[in-house]
Structures are given as C-alpha cells and as structure tokens.
Ligand binder design. Structure first.
Ligand code: SF4
Ligand code: SF4
Length: 470
C-alpha cells in the first residue's frame, strides 16, 4: 500500500487536529514530499545559508594567541569565547550566560515567533537549504521523488539513491568534523584525519558516531527532529501570544476560500484554494488552519502563495509575517506588558553578567589549613601551621607564585619545590606559616595572605592561624 502523504490541503476546519501530518492512518511514518519552493524569501534564505555555512566552517580555523577563537571542550572543561579562556571555576558566568540566553530566546519568541527556526536553526538551515536542495537536484521535484520512492529498484533508482547516499554521507562527515573542531579544536581534528587511526581511536569513534547521527537525521529523521525532539518547538504554546509575529494566513482576507475561475468577479475571499502552500510545507501542515506547533517558519508557504496571488492578479501577502492581532484587528505590533517584563529581566541579567565578566580574575587560589592538623611548636618561640594551596592560572603565560603574610610579622616556607602554575593550568602545593608565640593572643588568629606573581599581588585570601592560648 502506498503510504499516505500529507502534502494535500485539508478542508474540514478542525480535521487537522485529528491527525499528525507525518503519521499515516496505520500509525506509520508518512513520508513528506514537499515541492521545491522559490521566491523572494527562498532566495534570501539561500544567501543567508551561504553566509551561515561560511561562518560555521571558518570559525574553527581562526586563532587568537595560538588558541581557537571559540572552543567548547567539555572533555577537558576548557571553554574559549572570543579568545578569552573560561574554566569550570567560572561556571557562574556561564550560568548567568545561560539564563540570559533563555530569557533572550523567550523574549525573541514572544515578539518574533519562530523566526530563529526558519533562518538560523542548524537543523532547518541544513535540511531545507542544503540536503533538500541536493535531493531536488538528484531526484527532481516532489512528484518525481514520489514516483522514485514507490517505483521498482531499477538502474535509475539505484544510481540516484547511491549518489544521494554518498553525498549525504560525505556532507554528514564534514558537518561532524566541523562540529567536533568546536569541541576539541581544529588542530586535533586534523590530527585524527591525517594520522593513523590507532593513535586516535576515541576521536575517530566519536567522529564516526557524530557522522552517523547526522546522516540518520538528514537521510531519514528529517522534520521529526523539529516535531518530536526539539524542546524549543514545544515551548511555542506558552510563549506565543496574539501579538507575536509569525508566518500567518490572513483569514480575514482569504475566507471564504473558493477556486479561481477565469474572468469571474470574485465575491468571496482571496484564497483560491490551490493548496500550493500545503504542498511546499516541509512539515506537511496547512497554515490556513492557524499557527501550529509544526510550523518552523520556513517561509516556503509565503513564497508559494505570493506567486499564486501574482498569477491571479490579487494583492500579495495573503500569507505573510504578521500577528494574530494584526490580522484580526489590522493592528501594528506594540510593546506589551509581557515584553516589557521580559526586557527588564533581560537587562538586569545582562548587568550582572557584565559585572561578573569585568571582575573576573585571570588567577584563582584557595588556601585551606591542612586537614586534621592543629599547630606545631617550633624552636625559638615559633609556632607553625601547615596550609594547602590550590592555584588556577587562566592566562596564556606560566605563573610563578609566592605567598606573603599581609597583616602580621611572620614567615612563609614552601614545602618541596617552588610554587608555580603552567599556562592555562592548575597546581597545588603546601606551605608552612611561622609566627612568633608573642604575637598570638588567642587560639584562632586572623591571617591575611597575599598571592603574588612577578611581584604583583593577584589575590588576597583571609584564613586563620591556630596557636597556643597562653
Ligand atoms: S506553514 Fe509555512 S512557514 Fe510553516 S513550516 Fe509550513 S511552509 Fe514553512
Ligand atoms: S497558496 Fe494561497 S491561495 Fe493557494 S491555498 Fe494557500 S493560501 Fe490559498
């Protein structure tokens, strides 16, 4: 039995709620064959895709101070943003950064709907503007693809499917490699590619796994990623309101829809019920049913409808970017209370993040009194305490360290070799603090220590010094 395809218009007003566009009546996957879009928005998206891909590929090759400009090395817990190195110790900066991102996404969605999905989401951009275009090139437009899928495995089908398989797999490998370079750096990816596999078994395996996942998504899973997996799509129900700008059908102007007849004087709505907006939709929905979770704002239906409107000499924009309020009441977008509230929260978070970034130190140190030890009586009326020190150097230069007592007279003696941290490294060590008994008036004395590198104080740490009470 031929699988049901949903790129056909549905007429009953609420019928679309009874089924999912990509599941047939038997509960199996209904394969979509969207027609090739063309028009103003499709051209604009094509140019944007080129820019997007150039940036995506070239960023891992750009270096600053011999390090990548961006790195998200979750394995070694090393993160570089615009050349600045961040460590797990800077996690609160990341935490606030994530909050800003979430509020920004919420605010952006409240105002502009799913604009991001259509124009900048890697899934939509790569699926619709790269892999789908290749599919059109190899297999032809919607009807040819349908015929090929349901036709016998003859020479033509084997040739086309093999070519598509090879190109899709090579592209998936390239995407996986580029993505991996954002995690482990381009130098390491090039090593995995050029050196024997035995030297990089782990790296090579991850590359294969990533490549296979991408191949699976673009070859088979496709729109299901947006419909089933993507959490952002699921959030639309709570984020969108009547003022959000979405890809929308102007039902005020379009209804009552009825077929176009040449030389007739049209009395009903402008929609000629040609179904083209449904045929081009990559998620198989009918935008005339209103805003739906499946709509990824790809604009294909805007282009399709504009072409039809042009051919029947009716005004363009029957499907366009607009809000529900804009369509129903012909009102322009205005700044609602919800937008104001989100903007206020966003501004506060940006303020906090800026403060954290400005006050972020390149060095970090923690000093703790050695566990389980009190104090040691030493010759010449001296008392000593043993401390452990943990040092983090976030800079690209090595850091010689010396510890000085800041609030009283005493002596610091490093245990073992001199303290120091390699560039972008961590180190720990131990040191004794010696204080004369006469200066100790209580069991616990406040001790202020300064951490110096090249005679420059980089941190002040307050701790305590234990001593005899009399
Ligand atoms: S309804 Fe229109 S904008 Fe939404 S996914 Fe379908 S074609 Fe794209
Ligand atoms: S493309 Fe335009 S005219 Fe054709 S069915 Fe869709 S909304 Fe109506």
């Amino acid at each position: 039995m031929d699988p049901k395809t949903h790129n056909e218009p549905q007429h009953s007003e609420e019928a679309f709620r009874d089924s999912i566009t990509t599941i047939d009546n038997e509960g199996k996957r209904a394969w979509l064959f969207p027609s090739k879009p063309s028009g103003k928005y499709y051209s604009l998206r094509s140019y944007f895709t080129w820019l997007y891909i150039i940036v995506f590929i070239s960023l891992p090759f750009i270096k600053y101070n011999e390090e990548p400009l961006f790195l998200f090395n979750i394995i070694e817990k090393k993160f570089i943003l615009f050349g600045a190195i961040f460590w797990p110790q800077d996690f609160f900066i990341f935490g606030v950064g994530m909050l800003i991102f979430i509020v920004f996404v919420a605010l952006f969605t409240v105002v502009f709907g799913r604009l991001f999905c259509g124009w900048a989401c890697p899934q939509t951009v790569l699926m619709e503007m790269v892999f789908r275009k290749i599919e059109y090139w190899i297999e032809g437009d919607s009807n040819y693809q349908k015929a090929l899928k349901h036709g016998p495995w003859n020479a033509d089908k084997i040739k086309k499917r093999s070519l598509k398989f090879i190109i899709f797999f090579v592209l998936s490998v390239i995407i996986a490699n580029i993505l991996l370079s954002y995690v482990i750096g381009m130098d390491n990816v090039l090593k995995i590619i050029t050196e024997p596999i035995s030297k990089h078994t782990g790296g090579f395996t991850s590359m294969l796994i990533f490549s296979s996942i991408f191949f699976f998504i673009f070859w088979w899973f496709r729109e299901q990623a947006c419909l089933i997996v993507c959490p952002y799509g699921r959030m639309q129900g709570v984020l969108l309101d009547k003022n959000s700008v979405v890809v929308a059908y102007d039902y005020v102007r379009g209804e009552e829809r009825h077929k176009f007849k040449k030389n007739e004087i049209r009395t009903g709505g402008d929609c000629i019920d040609c179904g083209l907006c449904v045929k081009v939709c990559p998620t198989g929905i009918d935008i005339r049913n209103g805003t739906q979770l499946e709509c990824v704002s790809c604009t294909a239906c805007i282009d399709a409808c504009d072409q039809i409107m042009e051919s029947v000499k009716l005004p363009l924009g029957l499907i366009r970017y607009d809000s529900e309020k804009g369509i129903a009441e012909k009102k322009k977008l205005h700044f609602t209370t919800r937008m104001k509230a989100y903007s206020a929260v966003l501004l506060v978070l940006i303020g906090i993040e800026s403060f954290l970034l400005i006050s972020r130190s390149d060095y970090d140190a923690t000093i703790l009194r050695a566990k389980g030890m009190l104090y040691q009586e030493q010759p010449n009326d001296q008392v000593s305490n043993l401390y452990t020190i943990k040092l983090i150097n976030k800079t690209r230069d090595s850091m010689p360290v010396d510890v000085r007592i800041e609030n009283m007279v005493g002596k610091v003696e490093i245990v073992g070799k001199a303290l120091g941290v390699k560039k972008e490294g961590m180190n720990q060590g131990e040191f004794f603090v010696y204080i004369n008994k006469n200066l100790i008036k209580q069991r616990k004395t406040k001790l202020v220590l300064g951490i110096y590198t090249n005679n420059k104080k980089v941190k002040t740490i307050k701790t305590s010094f234990l001593g005899p009470t009399e």
